[in-house]
Every structure is written in C-alpha cells, then in structure tokens.
Design a binder for this molecule. Structure first.
Ligand code: PMM
Length: 286
C-alpha cells in the first residue's frame, strides 16, 4: 500500500515514537502577519485555546512559531519572537501538549527547548543562523531541516531551477553534511523540501510528484503544504482567494504525503488531515 518507507527521527518522546502512521502537526502562528492566520492568535490565552482545539481535533503535536515567513515578510527582533512563543510553549508543556518550535534562530530554539519544546523546526535548515546546528547538537532533539534559499523578502526571486528535485536534494545534502559536522546526530534529522519557499507552483507540484526521490536521503520526511498559494486553483468554493478555502486541497496533499511515506504533515486545519492519515493507516494495517 505505502510507497516508500516511513522513517522517524530518534529522540522522540514515547507518545510520538509509538505512532507508526504519518503525524499531523497543528500550526500555531503567534504572529500578527502570517499569511493565513496572522493576527488571530497573538495573545497567549487565545494561542493556548487554539492549540487545545487543534489537539482536540487530533493533532499529534503543535508547531509554535513567532515570526511570519510569508513571501515579502520582514524580520522581527529576537526578543520579540521569544516574547511571543516562549510563554505559549511553557504553558502547553504544562498542559501535557507536545510542541515543536518553528524558528530560524538558535537562541529562540534553545529557550524553547528549555521550556519544553521537543523538536526544533528550522525553515532555513541552518542557513539563517550560523549557531543553529551547534545549538541543536547540544540540545540533542530531533531537527527539521528545510530546504531554503533566502529570507522571505527575496525568496520569490530565488525560485529558479533547471531540475528542481535534483537541486533541492543536493542543497539539502549540503545542509545535512554541515549539520552532522556541527555535531547533530544523523538519526535526529528530518528533511523538508520547503514547499513555497523559493518555489513557484510548478516547482511545488514537481517536488510532490517526485516525493519518492526524497527517500534517497534515507531520512524522515516532513511536508508543509497547508493553505499555500500553489493550492489556490483547488480552493473550495471555487475561485476563492481566502487561504482557509484551501483546507480540503491540503487534506488531499496530506493523504498523498502519508501514502508516500512522509513522517509528518504540518497543517492549519487538523481534522481533515487526521482523517486522511488515519484512513491510510487503517489500509496499511489490514
Ligand atoms: N511553512 C511555513 C512555516 N513553517 N516549517 C516547515 N518545516 N515546513 C514548511 O513548509 C513551513 C514551516 C509557512 O507557513 P505558515 O505561514 O502558514 O506557518
């Protein structure tokens, strides 16, 4: 049934490690400006309530981010990012909710893990902060290393490829080597092709079509397609430009990713993706 082996990183808590299906990661953006949910969950209480809702709908863990990475977004200060995410992670940990920290900054990653985050999710794969790999090596937690070419202000200009899948794989290989050199254990690394980051819609589709080639790196695979622009043509209702109306298409991608051996999908609307990965799991188990 499943195309390609589902790998998982070492160092997961038992709760996550025991789940053999594709995990559903619920997105919690504690930002005023993320593209699909910016401004909705900026205070700690609202953020916590939203995370609880995502868990009630079946999310396996919550990815907490404090800095928008939408195309064109400008950067915020370290301290501002930390003020947004650290209290939320601390409180979710107290509630027994598993979290990952979505940051490109080593200092934020370190503080987040200290208050309970179990995974570091770095959309820059270590390119934005030269201390990231060393820090993650010291923290010794699973590390999502995403394919990235540059910050949001410039990434659309960097979406040029001759052969997108080969180039993404080669660039990921370089970052993996650097991460390992800095002391990160290979078995803690998860790779992510970075859909929408320095990618045009046709690049995202080609990567998804050839998702099995990512398995050649022999590492767990993480997919973040949720509500991204390349799904706009599949909005429901048809023609809508509201990112929320891409949730059904997102669930379809989650089903595809899970069938193709992804370890986790990162989504805003959890319920549809949970149904998708559980149905696939049922078919894998019988
Ligand atoms: N996409 C976004 C943010 N973080 N992390 C990983 N690992 N992969 C992604 O594709 C990814 C990410 C952007 O989406 P958002 O603004 O809706 O959070």
């Amino acid at each position: 049934m499943m195309q390609g082996l589902r790998r998982q990183p070492a160092g997961l808590s038992k709760d996550l490690a025991n789940k053999k299906r594709c995990l559903v990661v619920g997105v919690l953006n504690v930002t005023p400006d993320s593209f699909s949910d910016g401004g909705l969950f900026t205070d700690t209480t609202t953020a916590i309530n939203h995370a609880k809702q995502l868990i009630a709908q079946g999310a396996d863990l919550i990815d907490v981010g404090g800095e928008s990475t939408k195309p064109g977004a400008s950067r915020i200060e370290n301290i501002e990012e930390q003020k947004r995410v650290i209290p939320v992670i601390e409180e979710l940990t107290n509630l027994g909710i598993i979290t990952s920290i979505d940051t490109m900054r080593s200092q934020t990653a370190e503080l987040a893990v200290k208050v309970g985050a179990q995974i570091v999710n770095d959309v820059s794969g270590g390119l934005a902060d030269e201390n990231m790999h060393k820090t993650v090596a010291g923290l010794d937690v699973p590390y999502v290393l995403m394919h990235w070419r540059g910050h949001s202000t410039v990434m659309d200009e960097l979406a040029n490829y001759q052969s997108v899948v080969e180039e993404v794989i080669n660039e990921l290989k370089l970052q993996i080597e650097k991460a390992i050199k800095a002391g990160i254990n290979r078995n803690k690394i998860v790779i992510d092709p970075g859909l929408g980051f320095a990618k045009k819609p046709e690049h995202n589709w080609q990567i998804l079509k050839e998702i099995n080639k990512l398995h050649s790196l022999d590492l767990p695979i993480y997919i973040g397609a949720s509500r991204k622009r390349f799904l706009a043509d599949f909005a429901f209702p048809k023609g809508s430009t509201d990112p929320k109306d891409r949730d059904l298409a997102t669930s379809a991608i989650s089903s595809y990713a899970s069938l193709n051996g992804a370890w986790a999908v990162r989504v805003h609307d959890v319920a549809g993706s949970v149904a998708a990965v559980k149905v696939n799991n049922q078919l894998e188990e019988i």
